[in-house]
Design a binder for this molecule. Sequence first.
Ligand code: SMO
Length: 769
Amino acid sequence: MVRGHGRFLADLRATGVLYAALVRSPLAHARVVGFDATAARSDPRCALVLGPDDLAKRTAPIPTVWRLPGQPEDHIPIAAHTARYAGQPLGIVVADTPTAAEDLADAVRLDLDPLPPVPTVADALAEHAPLIVPGAAGNEAGSIRFGAPQEEIAAALSRAELVVEREFTLPRVNHSPLEPRGVLAEYDPGTGLLTVHASSQSPHSMRQDLCAVLGLRADRVRVIAPDVGGSFGSKVLLYPDEAMVCAAAVDLGAAVRWVESRTENFTCAYQGRGQQTTARLAIGPEGRFLVFDAHILADLGAYATQAGSGPHQVTALTLQGPYHVDAAAATVTGVYTTRVPTGAYRGYGMQEAAFIRERLIDEAARELGVSALDLRLDNLIRPEELPHTTHTGLTYDSGDYGAVLRRAAALAERPPPPDPPWVRRAGAVVAAVEISAFAPSALLEAFGIAWSGWEGVRLRINHDGTVTVYSGVIAVGQGIETSLAQIAAEGLGVPLDWVRVELGDTDTAPHSDLSAQASRALTLAGGALLIAARRLADRMRTLAAGFLGTDPDRVTQRIAPHADPSSPDAAFHGADGARITWREVAHRGYRGWGNRKSADRIVLEEAVDFDPPQLTFAHGAHAAEVTVDLGTGRVTVTGYWAVHDSGVLVNPLIAHGQIAGGIAQGLGQALTEEARADAEGVPVTRSFREYAIPAAQDIPEDLVIEHTCTPSTAIPGGFKGLGEGGTILPPAAVTCAVAAAVPEIAHALTSLPLTPSRVRAALRAAGIT
Ligand code: SMO
C-alpha cells in the first residue's frame, strides 16, 4: 500500500468493461409516474437502461436482518416506484465510458408526483404526519425495551436525592471513507457465474443478499473484496445501487463497473447515528447511582436497513457503562423519515450511550457540587466484582475500570498555560466499556438477528513449508492481515514472512456473516487461528518425530528469525542430533514418504470454527483538555489522553493506529460533523466544503495513548476488540471538558457537534458573550 501497489475497486483491470451511472430521485418523497429513457436508449454509447419496471422483473427486495418488534416487513426495494429519500436510485444506465453513463443518466426524464417530505423525527411523529410506509399505522417502526422492569426503576427513583434529566441530539453523520463505494460485476453467460468485486466489508453477506435479490444460486455468485479504503460500517450491507449494477451485468452478460462519486457518498450511502434521546440519572445518598434510563428515538430514515435499529439497541444495552447502578433500562423506538437510511457506524451505538451517560454524570456532579471524577470513581464496578452482569444482561468478563480511569486522569494532569482573558480552558475524564467478540451465535439468535456470529479460518502449511491463512474477515485498512499473520506465525513458531493471509473472497474464505464489523475480526478470526496454528504445530512436530524415528515430546523445533523453510536453521531436532528441516517435513508430509502413520491427515491444513462462549469487553477512559474562545465559540482540543484495555495486543503499532484513528473520527463528531438536509429533506452537506472532517491541525499534538492489559478469559490468546474503541469516547470527553471550562453553558451541552455557532449561541444565551 505504501508503495502504491494497493488495488482498490477502481484500480482493478478488466477487459471490455462497461460503466454504470444511477438515475436518482431529486426529491425526498415522490411517486414515480414516469421513467422515460427514450433519448438515452437511442444514444449509440448506451448499452442498457433499467428503470423501475425493468428492475421489478429482475429483482426482489433486499431482506431485512434485524427488526424491532412490530416493525413492518418493509424490505428495501431495488425497483422503487416511490422515492422515499432524495438520491434514492430509481434506475441504472450502462454505457461505454463513465462520462457517457453519467450524461445518459441525466438524459432520463423522470416524471415525479411529489409527496410531502418528512425530514425529521419530530415531523414523522407529528399528528397527521404523512405516512412513509404505505399501509403502516404510523411512522414508528416499532419499539423494544431493555433492562430493569418499570417497578424497579420506580422504586429506585423514590430513593433519589437528585434526578438529572436531559434531551440529547446526536445528529446523522457521514462515514467519509477515503474510498467511496464501488462494484465491478461480471457475468459469464457460458458458466452462469456472477463474479462481483466490491468495496465491501462483508463479502459473504453481500453474496447472500445478492442471491436473494437476483434469484441466483449461491454456488454461482462469487464476491471478492479487493483492498478496501475504509468502511467504518458503511460497507456492511448490500445497497440497491450495487444490486442494480449486478442486475445490469447479468442482463448484458458483461462486466459493469460503478464507482461512487463523493457527492453520492455524501447523499446516498447510508449514514450513521441520528438519535434523539431523553435520559435521566438518579442519584441517591452519598452520590450513589440509582437509575439510568432513557427513551431513544432512532432516525431510521426511509427504510429500516438490514441492521436497522441495531446501533440504537446497542445504545440501550450499553447505557449503564462501567458503573454500578440500582436499576437501568432503555427503550428504543425506530422512526421512519424521508432521508437516506441510517445504519452501522464505528462505535455502533456505544458512542451515543457514552455521550448520554457521561454528560448526565457530569451534570449531576455539577448540581451536587462534587468532583465529576470522584463521582465516577465512586460508582465504578470494581475488578473484584467481575464478572458482573448489567441490568441489560451483558456480562462483563474482566478489566480494571478504576485503574484505567485514574491513569487517564493522571496523564492529563498538568498546569494550565496562561490564556488570554477571552479564553477558558479545562479538562474532563470519561469512561466506557466496549462490546467485542460479537458474537456468540446464540446471542444473535436471541436477538432475532438472522446472522451467525461464529468465525472460521483455514490454515494451511504448503508443500514448501510456507503458510497460507484463509479467513472470511476482511481488510478495510485496519491491518488485520498483519495481525492474523502474526498470530499464525507465533502459533506455528515460524517467521512472519512465511505467512500469507488471503481474505475477502467467498470462493476461498470460510463463511462469515459479520466479517469485519463490531470490533470482532481479531478476537474471533484471531482466536480461531490461534487454535488452528497450535494444532498444526503439533501435527508438524508429530510428523517430524515420525521421520526422525523418535517421540514427539523428544523433538525440538528451532527456527531462526530470518531463516527460509528449507534452511538447516529452520528444523526439528531429535534427541540424537538428527534433524529435519521444516520444509522437508511439510514436503514429505504431503507426499506420504516415510513414516506418516503418526499423523491423522494428509493435507497439512486445519479448519477451525470458533463460536465464542460469551462476549468479551474491552474498556477505556479518555481525558480531553479544551479551550473555548468566548468571542467566537470555537472549541480547540489542546490535549487528549486515552487509556485502553484491549486484552492482549497482537500488534501494538496497529492498536495505536486503530485507537488514534478512532479518536480522530470521534473528534469530528464532537466538533464539526453533521449530515444536514433542508426543510424538503434534500441533503445540503454534499461535499467536504459543507461537511468538515478533522484535518491534521484539528488533532491535538498532545495525543497520548496507553494500554493496560487484562486478558480476555473467553478468547484464545486473551484478545479483546479495539477497532471501535477510540471512537466511543471523544464526544463525551470533549463536551464534558467544554462544560468544565464554561459551567455557565454546561446544561445546554446536549447536542453535537459543538460547532462555533452552536457554542456561541449557548454563550449568548448565558449572557457571556
Ligand atoms: S459500525 Mo461496524 O462496521 O460494526
